[in-house]
Design a protein around this ligand. Structure first.
Ligand SMILES: [Zn+2]
Length: 906
């Protein structure tokens, strides 16, 4: 699953299994250590973690009648099971299902009466048999019905004008809202799927349709081919009056000797916008096949643009679902949209091997699934689109995750998941971005070829089965022949936090220079992290200049203090403690060391400049570097050549303003104009990807963060022309890639007539890119009266799901609207949480309070949420992280705000 970031402060939300019953699985048997994890937790006798292995599924025959013009769907499932010991009850999953009939056919073909009862709100249900059955192979038959969901979970219905569409999202545990079954990733078995639909509807699921029968009243029965062994969470269904575009087939290639049929669907009328995505699928798929050395594992591929909003994308086998913005585009669409398509498409297709062909044994290893896909997506996107500027994305995102990982309340990558309610917790920036960064670090250390050999070995060993993180690291250690990485891998996944390496050059013996390095967990000012805590096995790579040459070398640090002998005969003139920026750690230098390194920024490799920017920013937040050096470093980085180094530096500057009050902010805005203005003025005129991205980012920084009035005026005119404030809308008035910035200026500087028209257009447009830009701009409104209008629109339900959440986060995060939004949230709390999908509430709602910068507000918000804890099961971590961020901000403000403003004035 891959979910878009909703807002800066939002933990990545959306942004997306024991015994393989299948005969061709070579998955290892359940080992004792995992049993001891106690994932089969009982709550009043109900297994709220894993179901255990008394009864396991072997094969499903699932029939669903789906007509989205109705309010409910119905179905029948016939599950072949193995009963491993005599029993009179069967635990399985089913949530809020109405059961019409249930019975068991035992090993002697005798029908045994049964009853069904849901025992836990997470959908753990008990099938009680009228008599005890002996061990053996039997079949459980259940008929059921249920209303469609309204949110984007389970089997849901989207109404758009006259049309109604059905689609699904099952990961992690919503398949149980659609049919009764064994809804755990380890139960990988084949399915035979049948759909009853209206004859003129499109119907898509995992496998191709192989037969169709006409029924009464305009319905047809569609029979689909048997699936490969798969877990429930990777099933998908889409039924309705979709536009279907049949692309034909992806031709055979050197890895695959068969063709793969490819199609895509979107809401009626939008089919002609699917061609770009279809045309660019073959290239991405082929790159991945070449990496794994295994053909695309499934029979066909369908791409589904879910109508009317969807949280990111989901790698369902053979039927990937996407938010419309990720599929509906063309060559002229914004660069950011096309880059996101390429990366997310590579992420989801990458899951077809890692996640789908080889599936995590249980949710405690879903992190590896997502970390791997978040790592390979950029490798594949870069191979497919070499000018797309994807090569440092994994590093940048890992650096981004370090913010959350610096909190005392940070989560370790791999955590036991012993309760259905804690599965959601396993999908956050630590899972996706830190996980991917750790994989990249290991790849840098063992080398690309060795790492790839390990992955190929892993795929071969566990194809069609399940695997744990231990299995993965064993494969990589064996494939790369580097056993020492096991300890490094474990030290990173089994403890939270960012390692901080303090480095000092020792040239006492100048012919034998050494780098003295000590490690401890990074802690910002005001942190409750114990000083000196944490110890890792760190693959550290150092870049330096000595003996007239540029050099680099790697070492595995395992001690709290270590001396690394440099391969040089003279004292180095420059040392960068994170060569290629590939290490998941921060570094610290003394002030002279910082100044020396800052002096070498102009010729520094972009990845090393990014690592420097992060470490320097962190050192300032830790109170370990004077504001003057900090500002000097950021100014040097703003003048670096690489677009993303400039972007990162301006983002650091923008984020540090959260510690300033309004008056200080105005002074700093002027300094920002002086820092970034000249850089913008000397941009080359080219339209390569890097230059285009730099122009967009710098322009946004100058007009939004630095409030450059001279730049804003012409943009306001463009904004008015674009939406047709005084005539017809003129799409050529604003480049697609700058649209959000331009519309934001319209909202802020033109005011009410602009706001009203843009709001209307945002709610009616069929163009997902325009909608996203318009929503982003509306969320930047500052005029209190218009803020009130936006809030009214939110309460009326004009924005759904992640759009709704994203607007609230943006309004909370902007200093001008934080307090207005806060009082509105408090006053309308029940209505607001009613509009947030239940499965996200516990994560999202506490995080609304992360934008303050005062300890009093942190206390207040904590008390407010704790008083409403009943509505937010599992809220604790999200609240702890939100309030800790606020307290850290307050501590930094107290210690450093005045010094920072003075440094900008110089
Ligand atoms: Zn994913």
């Amino acid at each position: 699953m891959r979910n878009p970031k909703t807002a800066k402060f939002l933990p990545r939300l959306f942004v997306l299994f024991v015994l393989a019953g299948c005969s061709n699985s070579d998955a290892p048997p359940v080992d004792q250590a995992r049993e001891a994890d106690n994932q089969t937790t009982q709550e009043s006798g109900v297994p709220v973690g894993r179901l255990g292995d008394t009864v396991v599924p072997v094969h499903y025959r699932l029939k669903l009648t789906i007509d989205p013009s109705q309010e409910s769907f119905s179905g029948n499932v016939s599950i072949d099971i193995n009963v491993n010991e005599p029993t009179d009850s069967i635990w399985l999953h089913g949530k809020d299902l109405e059961i019409d009939e249930i019975f068991l056919t035992d090993a002697n073909d005798k029908r045994v009466a049964a009853s069904y009862n849901q025992q836990h709100d997470s959908g753990v249900s008990l099938v009680a048999l009228e008599q005890t059955v002996d061990a053996g192979a039997m079949t459980l038959d259940i008929s059921f019905h249920r209303p469609f969901e309204a949110g984007r979970n389970g089997l849901f219905k989207v109404v758009k004008g006259e049309d109604s569409y059905a689609a699904t999202q099952f990961e992690p545990i919503a398949a149980r809202k659609v049919f009764p079954g064994f809804d755990e990733p380890a139960f990988k078995v084949p399915f035979n799927l049948t759909l009853v639909t209206l004859a003129d509807h499109v119907a898509i699921t995992t496998t191709p349709e192989i037969a169709q029968e006409t029924l009464d009243n305009g319905y047809v029965r569609r029979i689909f081919d048997t699936t490969r062994p798969m877990p429930t969470y990777l099933l998908a269904f889409a039924v309705g009056p979709y536009d279907l575009v049949d692309y034909g087939t992806i031709p055979a290639n050197s890895i695959r000797d068969r063709e793969v049929p490819l199609r895509a669907v979107a809401a009626r009328g939008l089919g002609d916008r699917l061609n770009y995505a279809l045309e660019n699928t073959d290239g991405i798929l082929t790159v991945l096949e070449q990496y794994f050395g295994i053909p695309y594992p499934y029979q066909k591929l369908d791409l589904i643009a879910v109508p009317g909003g969807f949280g990111g994308a989901m790698e369902n086998i053979g039927a990937i679902t996407y938010n419309e913005i990720l599929l509906l585009m063309d060559e002229d669409s914004p660069l950011s949209q096309r880059r996101r398509y390429a990366a997310v498409h590579a992420h989801e297709i990458g899951h077809m091997w890692f996640g789908n062909l080889v599936t995590p044994e249980w949710w405690d290893d879903i992190w590896l699934n997502e970390a791997f896909a978040s790592w390979i997506m950029y490798k594949a996107a870069d191979a497919y689109w070499p000018d797309g500027e994807f090569d440092r994305e994994v590093q940048k995102r890992a650096l981004g995750a370090m913010g959350n990982d610096s909190l005392a309340a940070a989560r370790q990558i791999r955590e036991p998941v012993d309760h259905n309610h804690r599965i959601r917790d396993a999908f956050d920036s630590i899972t996706y971005q830190k996980g991917a960064g750790v994989l990249a670090m290991l790849e840098r250390y063992v080398g690309e070829d060795g790492f790839q050999a390990g992955i190929r070995l892993h795929m071969k060993r566990h194809a069609d089965g399940t695997a744990t993180a231990d299995d993965f690291i064993a494969s990589v250690a064996e494939g790369s022949d580097r056993v020492e990485i096991e300890a490094a891998f474990r030290s990173y996944i089994e403890q939270p936090g960012v390692p901080l390496l303090s480095a000092r050059l020792d040239c006492t013996d100048s012919a034998n220079p050494q780098l003295m390095v000590s490690q401890a967990r990074y802690a910002p000012l005001g942190s409750t992290i114990e000083p000196g805590s944490g110890q890792w096995h760190i693959p550290m790579c150092i870049a330096y200049s000595a003996d007239g040459a540029k050099k680099s070398q790697c070492a595995l640090l395992s001690e709290s203090e270590q001396a690394i002998a440099l391969d040089a005969d003279s004292c180095p003139t420059r040392v960068h403690p994170n060569a290629d920026g590939a290490g998941y750690y921060r570094f610290a230098l003394d002030d002279a060391g910082w100044q020396g390194l800052i002096g070498t920024v102009p010729g520094m490799a972009p990845a090393e400049a990014l690592a420097l920017g992060d470490s320097l920013h962190a050192a300032f937040q830790g109170g370990k570097v004077p504001a003057e050096s900090y500002v000097a470093g950021m100014v040097a980085l703003v003048n670096h050549e690489a677009w993303d180094v400039v972007d990162a530096a301006t983002s650091h500057l923008e984020s540090i303003t959260t510690i300033l009050d309004t008056e200080q902010l105005h002074e700093v805005e002027r300094a920002f104009q002086e820092i970034a203005g000249p850089r913008f003025a000397r941009l080359p005129s080219g339209d390569d990807t890097g230059t285009a991205l730099l122009r967009q980012r710098l322009q946004r920084f100058l007009v939004v963060a630095a409030k450059d009035q001279e730049m804003r005026e012409p943009l306001a005119r463009k904004a008015a022309a674009r939406i047709g404030l005084d005539g017809e809308p003129d799409p050529s008035a604003a480049p697609a890639s700058e649209l959000e910035t331009i519309l934001s200026i319209g909202v802020q500087d033109i005011g009410e007539p602009f706001f009203d028209l843009l709001l209307e257009q945002a709610l009616t447009t069929e163009d997902p890119a325009f909608r996203a830009a318009a929503q982003g701009a509306l969320a930047r409104v500052e005029d209190p009266e218009l803020v009130g209008k936006l809030q009214a629109a939110l309460l009326e339900g004009s924005f759904k799901g992640s759009d709704f959440i994203g607007i609230i986060f943006r309004q909370m995060a902007r200093a001008a609207t934080t307090e207005l939004t806060y009082s509105w949230v408090v006053e309308n709390y029940d209505e607001i949480i009613g509009q947030i999908p239940e499965s996200y509430r516990s994560r999202v709602v506490p995080a609304f309070g992360s934008a303050f910068c005062s300890a009093e507000r942190a206390d207040e918000w904590q008390a407010f949420i704790e008083a409403r804890a009943d509505q937010l099961p599992g809220y604790e971590r999200s609240l702890a992280q939100a309030t800790e961020s606020v307290r850290l901000c307050a501590a930094l403000r107290e210690a450093k705000a005045t010094e920072l403003v003075a440094a900008f004035e110089n």
